[in-house]
Ligand binder design. Sequence first.
Ligand code: C2O
Ligand code: CU
Length: 478
Amino acid sequence: MTQSRSRWNLSRRQLLSGVAAGAVANFMPSLTAPALAGTPDYTLKTKLSSVQLLDPGEPKTDVWSYQGLSPGPILRAKQGEPFWVKLQNELSEPTTIHWHGIRIDNAMDGVPDLTQAAVPPGGTFDYRYTPKDAGTYWYHSHYRGYEQVARGLNGVLIVEEREPPMVDQDIVLAFDDWRLKDSGEIHDESFGSLMDRSHAGRLGNILTLNGAPLFDVPVRSGERVRLRLANVATARVFNISFPGHAPKIIALDGQPVAPFDAGKEDLLLGPGQRIDVIMDMISAPGQKTPIQVDTGRETLIAGHIVYKAGAPPKQQVRKSFDGLPANPLPENVNLSQALDVDIVMTGGAMSSFEQAVYRGKNFPARQLAREHGQVWALNGVAGMPKAPLFSAARGRVVRIKMSNKTRWPHAMHFHGHHVREVARSQGTVRPHWRDTVHMEPDEDITVAFIADNPGKWLIHCHMLAHQLGGMITWFEVG
Ligand code: C2O
Ligand code: CU
């Protein structure tokens, strides 16, 4: 198997062998006020804040936060009910919010220059929409995302089911990695670096879980918990495991699946992806289980599941879990009349294209990299094209064959729609609805969807330095 997820130069203290016992949970629940008529459900103020990403006692880090937090507050919306978030920009540069995975009205999608004007410093914007689908989603800046998201502008959005499943706890686990200096400062010199653009993206050296260097999840023996795993990093791929426990996958990128036991690589999260699991707390009181993150080279600890000591195990008869209620997406997509589209991904280090089109002109690879920082191409076109990759009549079935002809993994994200895998070149088809598709080098994956959401929608790699380096296009639904 191709092993291209590489070095993770995280600090020694986080290596499996040397983890300190005490962990600090600096994660705070949402700052919401009850919704009143005529007021937003949430206000998200972007601003500079100082947070503890390194171990306690080490320097703090200045980040760009929502409401002082990174990740931002957990937002909770209700399926099928109007939702309103007011963005208040107190940064010294523009920003927007994209609601990743939400099948949203185009005007609320948060893409500067495509769906809205960026919100200037001091400006506000009202994001109002009614989420069709329940599940685990997230929100993040889409203005210079490779820098703003990496500086902290991201958070988890939960759309609650009308009838949520019975669990004892519902816990968000948002994994991030940061590139920090020893002083605790964000390594800003590397934002936009050509090196990161053309390789694996801007990988970090510090792992955090819910914004903490080590995050503890307190549980009681016998409980059943729902975990909402999210990768909010801009480049890093995380493979999560909970030794001695048997997580059952119940949703991928927000969309329910028939529950299945998570096998070895099943809790692999590419940037932007989410996985919901149900897990029974089967260890004894007083036990502690690491939350492990594997990169293929190193295993790190992001935190622990900490069983309350001395508490008598909860006596509860556990039924098997039947799955989440379905979202309004079809079981199958009828491919007989599909509009066929190819996306051939080329470029990057070690197998660069020879030339590509950028803003309508043809450039040799070297010149394109040097003068425009463009190192990736989709169908020979680098960067955001003027014309859409394709236009589809509303309701048309679209089938897209994506071929990764680069030496790097990518996380291809679709705006406004979920796509269903219908074929793949390696292994068996995973016929799930996803908004972000993780692809290994040399892999071809074909997805299909119904283009039922009118507007202009991006397709891009969610390794955000790759997006910046050219891996971006868009389509239009009429
Ligand atoms: Cu989560 Cu276009 O991004
Ligand atoms: Cu990529």
